[in-house]
Design a binder for this molecule. Structure first.
Ligand SMILES: [Zn+2]
Length: 421
């Protein structure tokens, strides 16, 4: 990664009065951290849900409820990738999230980034992917897998540019999840993930001739009950609303402080800050469940409340991995009028946004809203990512609560400005 990123500091000429208390954030982070790991279906996840329900009530939110839903939990067990021809060799790999269990053997075909264009280029040469193992280089294989399955591929080897120790955490996250029958969401064929170095090894073998590989993938699938915690601060004009959301689940390892107790603690802090204000619009605070394994909670919410959202919702603000102790760029992911509006609010308050991004990737809970045409935004620090992202090391040690409180104040300023519209 590049080293020339600017340090996200608290601007000296910052004109806003700081309204979020770092101590409040620290206390909430420490409290929720004490519940342990929050992987879907874990005890820590259940305790966190109960705790957030109680806190929403204590903070004076109205109509506090837990919107329950079923989701498909995937737990990786084992994976193996072996080259059988032209020589025998094992390539290091990780299980591809949500892929099918079993063993499959076949000729490997490099489909580049797996885009429709790449597939067509192969087909134009008279090449069929039927029964072949697709080798692709992609950090978002979820977007490529459906089309490749249609072509009849028998397995996936996905190469990623993610650093070696982040590979398992950046596995395929498919979207949209299958809400009606979660079990159906499991891919029909097995898959593994490899590093770019291993991709080069396979490509060099393929340059000599046909390469046959065997993929083995074992995992555990279960249906888990989970839920979104929802609470409302009713505004003077109840017919207009702003959704403020943050997921509270974590990856399978660790207690996920940066991702996402930063967003979860800010959700509580913003509820506390705005409860004494008489806003025009209603603020709907949502702690989403099951984000890490495919945006289940936000997809369920959008599905269940679509008419209300279309009629009343001005926009959705997503808080995910908001701020760490690491130097990074301040980044706004948004589109259209909302992006311009937030950029203007930041500029007026002397806050620079070093990086902007469209909402074309299903990286967090803004995505199901965006897909249904609800203006959405996520303000966070990226790149580079916290090196401890999605690992056991994602603890409070690597989060600077002062910097987080600053981001919270910025969110508060944005919400106040949106309320004036
Ligand atoms: Zn997250």
């Amino acid at each position: 990664m590049k080293n020339n990123h600017k340090l996200t500091s608290i601007p000296k000429i910052f004109e806003m009065q700081q309204v979020i208390d770092p101590k409040f954030l620290k206390d909430e982070i420490e409290k929720i951290s004490s519940f342990g790991n929050r992987w879907v279906g874990s005890e820590g996840e259940k305790s966190t849900r109960r705790y957030l329900f109680k806190r929403f009530q204590e903070l004076g939110l109205e109509d506090v409820e837990i919107e329950e839903f079923d989701c498909l939990r995937y737990t990786p067990k084992h994976s193996k990738l072996s080259v059988e021809t032209p020589l025998q060799e094992t390539i290091p790999c990780f299980p591809l999230e949500y892929s099918g269990d079993g063993v499959v053997k076949g000729e490997i075909v490099y489909v580049a980034d797996g885009s429709e264009e790449s597939i067509r280029a192969l087909k134009d040469l008279g090449y069929s992917l039927e029964g072949k193992i697709a080798l692709l280089l992609s950090d978002t294989p979820a977007f490529r897998i459906p089309k490749l399955l249609e072509e009849g591929v028998a397995g996936f080897v996905v190469a990623t540019d993610a650093p070696e120790d982040l590979i398992p955490a950046l596995a395929a996250k498919t979207y949209p999840p299958e809400l009606e029958d979660p079990m159906r969401w499991r891919l029909t064929v097995p898959g593994v993930i490899i590093s770019r170095k291993s991709l080069h090894r396979l490509l060099s073998l393929m340059s000599v001739g046909k390469v046959i590989v065997e993929i083995r993938h074992e995992s555990e699938y279960s249906i888990e009950k989970t839920g979104n915690v929802i609470g409302i601060l009713k505004g003077l004009e109840e017919e207009r609303m702003i959704v403020v959301g943050a997921h509270y689940d974590s990856q399978i390892k660790g207690i996920g402080v940066w991702d996402n107790l930063t967003g979860t603690s800010l959700l509580l802090a913003l509820a506390q800050f705005f409860r004494s204000k008489r806003l025009k619009k209603s603020l709907v605070f949502i702690a989403f469940g099951a984000e890490e394994i495919g945006l289940w909670g936000s997809t369920v919410y959008v599905e269940n409340h679509l008419d209300e959202l279309k009629e009343k919702c001005l926009c959705m603000l997503c808080m995910d991995a908001v701020s760490s102790a690491y130097p990074a760029e301040r980044s706004l992911w948004s589109e259209g009028w909302l992006k311009d509006f937030i950029m203007k609010v930041c500029e007026e308050n002397g806050v620079s946004i070093e990086n902007t991004h469209r909402l074309n990737l299903s990286y967090s809970d803004y995505y199901p809203f965006k897909v249904k045409g609800i203006p959405s935004a996520m303000l966070w620090e990226h790149p580079p990512v916290n090196p401890y992202y999605h690992t056991e090391k994602d603890t409070i040690r690597y989060v600077d609560v002062n910097k987080l409180a600053f981001m919270g104040t910025l969110y508060a300023k944005i919400i106040s400005s949106l309320d004036e519209l």
